[in-house]
Design a protein around this ligand. Sequence first.
Ligand SMILES: Cc1ncc(COP(=O)(O)O)c(C=O)c1O
Length: 342
Amino acid sequence: MIDLRSDTVSKPNDSMRKVIQLAEVGDDVIGDDPTVQRLEQLSAQTAGKDAALYVPSGTMGNLIALLVHCQTRKAAIVGSESHILWHEGLGATALGGIHLISIENESDGKLSDADLDKFAQDKVADPAVVCIENTHNRCGGRVLDEKYLSEIANHAHRLNAKVHMDGARIFNAALALNCEITDLTRNVDSVSFCFSKGLGAPIGSVLCGDNEFIKQARIVRRNLGGGMRQVGMIASAAEYALQNNVKRLIDDHSNAKIIADALSKFPQIEINVNEVETNIIYFNLNNIDGDIFEKTLAEKGLYVSRPKSKQEVRIVTHIDINEKDIKQAIEILESVITSLSS
Ligand SMILES: Cc1ncc(COP(=O)(O)O)c(C=O)c1O
């Protein structure tokens, strides 16, 4: 089975499992886990921030960021296609009474300037934070570059709002842009990133920010039930992933390009290969039924997903997919497109 539904489906390899087995641990809720301490230090350094907090998931990282930023002013701006809005439920609203104000995401993942300006002029609410996503999942893994990030941060700061970056796939963004992570995080006030996506660890994310922010985030994590005890067991896998699996993400990007190029030859497939910037591919089906397409691919051993709509297919390349799998995936895609078109 070739599973291209998401980069979250990858499984720890033998080296990672060995590291997990040998992990040094302690009670992290009372600050005694040396592996977590090392991971948090390395993460903070990677993001160029004072401090970091290990959290069970990207969703909890974003939730904690919203709860800390919106303690007094109860509004947050999020993109209309953001993961926070579509896939993270009502956590911030239910637990923090936070009004999530959605403004339009352009197709490249940027927030619409016009909407932000209008928002500032109309003064409909007083947002404490503007959330951005890099890379942008539902916008097809598109990257936000340093120039845009500096502009949006200035914009947000002029509104007296902080900036939180959902950087679940920040390493993909930095590699695609051939820049340092810190170039992308310099102007944001907080950033979360995930170990359990392209980096191949089984669990966990991290939230980074200044010392005061992380101090408060630590309390909120505990209150949410995210205080974990001998969590060095899994933090060791995250540390291994950070040390060993970042540079290879570039292979996922070239694999995604290879698939996108192959798909672009078919008139039944609507795809813009220039928009495939990282490891996520979206394409539309013309004159092929989405349900039948997905089912037929699965029968032939290829899993894809359709998180946005019936006719819009998503493919995500990742660490468990090698050159041979890509070749085979393309063969399956080509045969299914051809057979369903005739
Ligand atoms: C952009 C983005 N942010 C946040 C998350 C949430 O991560 P988790 O599934 O670890 O909660 C995801 C998950 O796919 C994501 O794609």
